[in-house]
Structure formats: C-alpha cells, structure tokens
Ligand binder design. Sequence first.
Ligand SMILES: [Zn+2]
Ligand SMILES: [Zn+2]
Ligand SMILES: [Zn+2]
Ligand SMILES: [Zn+2]
Ligand SMILES: [Zn+2]
Ligand SMILES: [Zn+2]
Length: 246
Amino acid sequence: PQLQEHKCNVPSPACQAPSAFPAELRPPKFCQEQAGTTQRQDANGYAERDSSRDICAFCHKAVGPREPTVEAMRKQYHADCFTCRTCHRLLAGQRYYQKDGRPTCDACYQATLEKCAKCQGLITERIIRALGKSYHPGCFSCAACGRAIGAESFAVDERDEVYCVADFYRKYAAVCSACEHPIIPHKDKDTYKIECLGRSFHESCYRCESCGTALSPEPTENGCYPLGDHLLCKSCHVHRRNESSC
Ligand SMILES: [Zn+2]
Ligand SMILES: [Zn+2]
Ligand SMILES: [Zn+2]
Ligand SMILES: [Zn+2]
Ligand SMILES: [Zn+2]
Ligand SMILES: [Zn+2]
C-alpha cells in the first residue's frame, strides 16, 4: 500500500465547563434595627457588616435585612433575582452552573453541552476538538492501539480513522523491497522513499545489487542502471551486459 497524504494535526484540548457550585439560600436575617446606628459591633468588638447596605448583584437594589438572599458566585442576590439567565427558573437551593459568568440551571446547562463524536455522550469537562468534531479526551484515541492521542500528532486514513503516528506508518508505510522494513519518515532526518522498478527502497538500501555501491536517486552517472529487474550501478550494468552478450 502507498503512504497516503495524511493530515498531522495537534488537537486542541480546551476546558469547556466550569464546575457546579451549590447556591446557598440563606434565611432572612432579622437584625435589631437601631435608629441612628449604621454599624454594630459583635461580642469581640469587630465591626459587623451592615446587612441593610448589601446590594443585589443582579438588580443592583438594596437587599433588605428581612429579605431572603442567596449568596453565590461570591456575590449577594435577592432570592428572586438569582435565576437561570436562560429559562428564568429560580435557582435558590438548586444546583447551578456558571456559564460565562451567568448562572444557569442544570437543564439549560446540559442543553449547551457538546456531544462526543465517538460515544455520543455529553462532554462535561475537558474537550478535544479535532477534525471539526468534539471528543472526550479518552474517546479521541488511536484505532489500532487504543491509546488516547492527547496533544500528540495523529494521522487520519482515507476512512477517517484516527491513528497515532507510529501505528499509522506501521499500517500504511511502504515496505522496503531490500530490507523488508517499513519506510517511516523521521521529522529531523530527511528520509524519503525511493521508487525504482515499481519497488520502494530506503535511501540507505538503494544500492547496486552486485557491488553494493550506494546509488543516487538522481538520474546521473551515480544513479541506477537497471538490468531486467536488477538494480545495478553503471559499471556493473555495463559489465553484466557485456558478460551476457558474449
Ligand atoms: Zn435583586
Ligand atoms: Zn434554565
Ligand atoms: Zn466520548
Ligand atoms: Zn496507536
Ligand atoms: Zn531498507
Ligand atoms: Zn555495482
């Protein structure tokens, strides 16, 4: 088989979803309101926060001391103001998610999740985007060895199967007709496949069959002068032809 043109891509792992925080509904605070005092002190003499001054992070109005409040995302809300920004369901006491800093209910959040192209499951945490699709990190794996590709390079065959680079070459690389090992290009070395007489060779295996001299892939004096199905250098070619013509 021929080594296919393959796309080597590095998938982009991205963190899709924030974690869920419980929205804590706090009972209204009943304070003794004292006329003329804006600050009170606790038993240890520390200034206590004046709850009547608290501002709802959603409507920006004061949260009265007798109103139920929700403390979430490090802010304070009226219980009625802390709602799913998509369906407006009250979230006090509910499990919720932060989606771009906006509180979102469980159902609305699940609806925004992407599906894994391999197992069809929802992707809740890390997501691998590759080949225009989304995958769980564990689902974007080599079709041969099953290893997760992670941030490594990978190759895709003509049936859109994903392989780690080593398995791709193991499966698709041409086999050298001299040493019978696959011809695998190396990143740093300028290794390439030489084709002659319909067969493939490693550069280092491309030699005269008679004297072992390395042959040049270029059509020069040092190139291959095949005779029948034999690879020969120029002088061995001339020599053999003279022998056979005697
Ligand atoms: Zn409010
Ligand atoms: Zn919702
Ligand atoms: Zn999956
Ligand atoms: Zn593999
Ligand atoms: Zn070889
Ligand atoms: Zn020779």
